[in-house]
Write a protein that binds this ligand. Sequence first.
Ligand code: GLA
Length: 436
Amino acid sequence: MKLLPVISLLALTSATSALDNGLMRTPPMGWMSWERFRCNIDCENDPKNCISENLFRDMADRLAEDGWKEMGYDHVMIDDCWSSMLRDKDGRLQPDPQRFPGGIAKLARYLHDRGLKLGIYGDLGTHTCGGYPGTTLDKIDTDAQTFASWGVDFLKLDGCYSNEEEQQKGYPLMSKALNATGRPIGYSCSWPAYRGGLPPSVNYTLLGEICNLWRNYDDIQDSWDSVQDITDWFFDNQEILQPEAGPGRWNDPDMLIIGNFGLSVDQSRSQMALWAIMAAPLIMSNNLRTLSSEARAILQNGAAIAINQDPMGVQGRRLLQERSQIEVYWRPLSQSASALVFLSRRQDMPYRYHTCLAKLNYTAGSYEAYDVFTGKTLSGLSATTEFTVSINPSGVVMWYSFPLSTTEWQCRQMSTTTISGFPLPLKHQHGYITVD
Ligand code: GLA
């Protein structure tokens, strides 16, 4: 009985900060079908690439067997075009019988057996964006229960074919309905993307209370232009968006397209770096069966992932847009560490950018910087030490940096080398980097 006040106080404080399902305290990671496989339902002529249970099982195998799961990529998310055009006789959604003959529950078991989670797609409205049955207000409870009964772990609720009023009612109702199933189900709301992404049309305080993540802006396409357009929008609006993110509640600039056709190796590093700075969900949409080794190395970069998954969960910001077309991004991390990204928007040649940490708001002290993509470490930087980074056109240099006190510095000098080149604080945060 004595515990009651404490518990209710806790309930109160968490209810005002993030959806109270305890999920996604760091940005979700995994794979989603949409950007790469769209609404390809032609299983007769394109059996390997059509939206079917085989595709999701294949991707689950790849996540489980190719080292992805260990890095944190643990969700397989079905997007649009999975369902039959008709609900069943009890009004429930059902998968297309030809393309998902085993049903969704069996697919969920397949994933769970491999330590993975299953996401599914719904749409608040009469139809999904692809024209499949939508979830109208009267179907919210039924659909939440159906998803839970199948063992689904995550729902992306799109917003095609509904109006402002229906969205205002429907997104909070689905949140309640998911909670009422008793099954922990991560909840992604596309609501803001349908209302222009900014206040006063979008109420981020409410979104944080009812959703784990939300799509704020346009769909990503397989091009560097699209990545630039999205990042510009998010950072141009950082005063509004940045404070809204935190554990359990994330802005979602859409999927990672690394490994497809539109990005060079440098641009792929740039997307990975910027998504890490943004504390964005790391949801790949690519073909994991045929990924190049370069794409895999970028997506499985342990330091970039550790930065993205930092437990403090503070979204980063753009610090500078130089006339030289160099931009600097920064994210504070736990244990007084931080991440820096130097991005070149130039189209000529590698640019040698000169600066010092003091110009980037770092306070006096001694710092160490680990270069995320080269694995090199710069030691003994003071805030006023001038340094030069060479940044490729549409590429980045990304640093993980942390201050060293004199004692720490002496300890590190004496210790043997760090595991796989990672600086000390990173090692403690992530199970996959072992310390012996
Ligand atoms: C919308 C969403 C996309 C995808 C498609 C599916 O465009 O924003 O992410 O889900 O619908 O039709």
